[in-house]
Structure formats: C-alpha cells, structure tokens
Design a protein around this ligand. Structure first.
Ligand code: UD1
Length: 355
C-alpha cells in the first residue's frame, strides 16, 4: 500500500498544540504507520517562546518548510503566506492538507490548497461567535465554506454547520485540544521544574491578546483596572502584541507580567490558579475542562458550552462586571462536550477511509 501524504499548515501558537495532537496519534498508533507527514510553518509566530519551544516540548516534527512570513497587516501577511504555501504545495502534491483553527495561516492554507484542487480538512470547524469584527470569525467562515471535510469538535459546532448548509461535509470527532490536555495534564506536573512550581501561589491566571482588546486602549485600561483591584495577584504571561503597548496602560503591583510560558507551564499555571481571566478561546475551554471558573474578557465566545452553569461569563471589558463575575462561586454541573480524548485518531481513520 502506498503512503498517504499529509501536509499540516500551521503558524500560530494554538495551531502547534492542535497539530501536535494529530502528529502524536500518527507516531503512536500503528494503524497510521502509512501516513507520511510534512509540516509547513508559515512563520506567523516566530519568537522562540511563541513557536520553537512548542515544537520541542510537544515533540512535534521539525517543520519541513518555514516560510518566514512574520508580522504584517492582515492583507500582506495573508498574501505572502498564500504565495509561499502555494509554491510548497505544488512541489509536495500531498493527498491531504490539514488546516487548524482560525488564524491567518488557516485562511492562507485553505485558499492555496483548494485552488490547487488538493483535499483540505479543517480541524476545529463550525465555530462561530457571529462577530465579524474579529479577523478569526472571517477566517473560520471561509475555511468552513471551502474545505472538503469539516472536523467539528462539538455538537454545537455540528449544529452551526448544519444551519449553514454544510452538514454533508461535517464530521463530529471531538476536540484535538482536549486530546492534548488529557495527555499532558499530569505530565505537566512531573516535567515542570520545582523552581517554576514554587514561583506563584494563590493567584489568578490571565491572558490578553485579542485585537478587539489590544487595538482599543480604553478597553485594555478597563481590564487592567479590574486586575489591579482583584483580591489576589494576577499572573499574566503576556503575548507580544500586548507587550508592545503595555507601557501605555496603568496598573499596580497586583499585576505580575511574565514572558509567554510553554504549553506545560501554562497547564501547570491553570491547574494551580484560583480562577482564569482571558480573551483566548483555547484557555476558556481548558479552564472549563479542568474545572477552573473563567471570566472571558470578550463580548462573546465561540465556545458556548463553557458558559454552562456559571463556569464561564463573557464580560467584555467592563471593569465592574469583571469584578462582579469573578466573585461568583455558585457552579452547577458541567457536561462532557469535547469528545473522548481520541479525536486525532478519529480524524486520521476518517481520512484513511475517505473515497
Ligand atoms: C494570532 C491569531 C489568533 C490567535 C493568536 C494566538 C490571526 C488573525 N490571529 O493572533 O487567532 O489566537 O495568534 O497567539 O491569525 N508577534 C511577535 N512575536 C511572535 C508573534 C507575534 O512579536 O512570535 C507580534 C507581532 O509583531 C504582531 C503581533 O504580535 O504585531 C500580532 O501577531 P499576529 O500574527 O497578528 O497574530 P496574533 O495577534 O498572535
């Protein structure tokens, strides 16, 4: 039997976690021994602590191609990726192209691959928050419209694809980030240095990087005002986008800003924190899975499952609302919405039997 060639297109931090789960399944499960992987890294994220460290820590194969695109306006960044991805795909002619999530690397990947009439699978399909101001929402819509197979992480994502007339191409497989979290949640404890473990105690964990918050200094100021008034320190591994403007924001010693941390360090911080404040989709979901109450610093969320029984609140950037909702301590049942930890295996089985 000839090998099936699969190209992963990744570029931003959450995509390394997602593709890493699929690569681990390929490596560890004999059923997938005939799959040959190639990695295209667009270079959207390029700092060591935003990119390289994830490949080594999650044992992801070294990218075969690093396109070195880096940061730019949306149009130029996506255009450069498109041009460079196309060139590689013409050379590689894979059987499948996997795109992940909703970044500009996802968008460039799906456009380049589908125009070359290559088969494309969108992993994490069917997410919407119906907010077209977010670049991610535009990227998701295009990725779902154009891909050949839509691997949906949840029932809700399946329903959304149905309402958009995309059911025929949709497959419910669960969430690859859940696979990853299940695999690493105990390992994180073992692998993190005790020096790191002892650094913070009795703290809130926060992240903030969405354009909606970082492009509007008043929103960012309101959020940091809330952080400054919380009843315990707020540890923030700060994304470079936010780092660039942080000196224009006022806050007090309650806010502890640190460099971006590795995936395992993040899991450790999440597990040892009191609660979470974030505008990251992935972290909202990881908080829910690990039973950490979350306050989402956005007006909406695409992961509506997490809003169940007070486990997550969308509060936007309103200082008083953030302070009110973080105090909520009445929680109800939480459902299991994200699969069984074997989404990657289901995805690979599906493409092997795809006609
Ligand atoms: C991207 C994704 C977002 C995802 C996030 C995860 C899009 C539209 N957005 O946003 O969905 O949640 O990644 O982190 O694709 N920068 C650095 N070093 C890096 C990477 C970025 O300094 O390694 C700086 C750049 O100079 C740029 C800013 O961060 O000004 C934003 O980078 P960008 O590529 O726009 O993506 P993110 O904001 O990270």
């Amino acid at each position: 039997m000839s090998k099936l060639k699969l190209v992963h297109i990744v570029g931003a931090r959450p995509q390394f976690i997602k593709s890493g789960a699929v690569s681990r399944a390929i490596k560890s499960d004999a059923r997938f021994g005939d799959i040959e992987e190639r990695y295209i890294h667009t270079g959207q994220h390029y700092d060591k602590n935003m990119s390289g460290n994830f490949f080594s820590e999650l044992e992801i194969p070294e990218p075969n191609y690093n396109l070195g695109v880096g940061s730019d306006t949306h149009g130029r960044q996506t255009a450069l990726m498109l041009e460079r991805i196309e060139k590689v795909l013409i050379q590689e002619r894979p059987d499948w192209v996997f795109i992940y999530g909703d970044t500009n690397s996802t968008l460039a990947g799906v456009v380049a691959a589908s125009k070359l009439q290559l088969k494309v699978a969108h992993i994490e399909a069917g997410l919407r928050n119906y907010n077209r101001k977010m670049p991610e929402e535009i990227n998701r819509i295009i990725a779902d419209k154009v891909s050949d197979v839509l691997f949906a992480p949840t029932e809700n994502a399946m329903n959304i694809l149905k309402t958009e007339g995309l059911s025929e191409r949709a497959v419910l497989v669960g969430d690859v980030m859940y696979d990853s979290l299940m695999f690493y949640k105990d390992l994180a404890e073992q692998r993190i240095s005790s020096e790191f473990k002892n650094r913070y105690s009795d703290f809130y964990l926060a992240t903030i990087h969405r354009a909606e918050n970082t492009n509007d200094l008043q929103r960012l100021q309101n959020i940091f005002e809330a952080f400054s008034r919380l009843d315990a320190p707020v540890v923030i591994p700060l994304h470079p986008r936010t780092q660039k403007i942080i000196n224009r924001i006022n806050f007090n010693d309650n806010v502890i800003i640190i460099e971006p941390v590795s995936y395992l360090e993040m899991i450790y911080l999440l597990k040892s924190s009191k609660k979470v404040l974030t505008d990251s989709g992935g972290l909202q979901k990881e908080a829910f899975i690990l039973k950490k109450p979350c306050v989402t610093l956005m007006d909406d969320t695409a992961w509506i499952e997490t809003l169940e029984n007070n486990w997550n609140f969308t509060v936007g950037a309103e200082t008083e609302l953030i302070l009110e909702k973080i105090e909520c301590n009445t929680f109800g049942e939480r459902g299991d919405h994200f699969g069984n930890g074997n989404s990657s295996g289901e995805i690979l089985e599906y493409i092997l039997s795809y006609i």
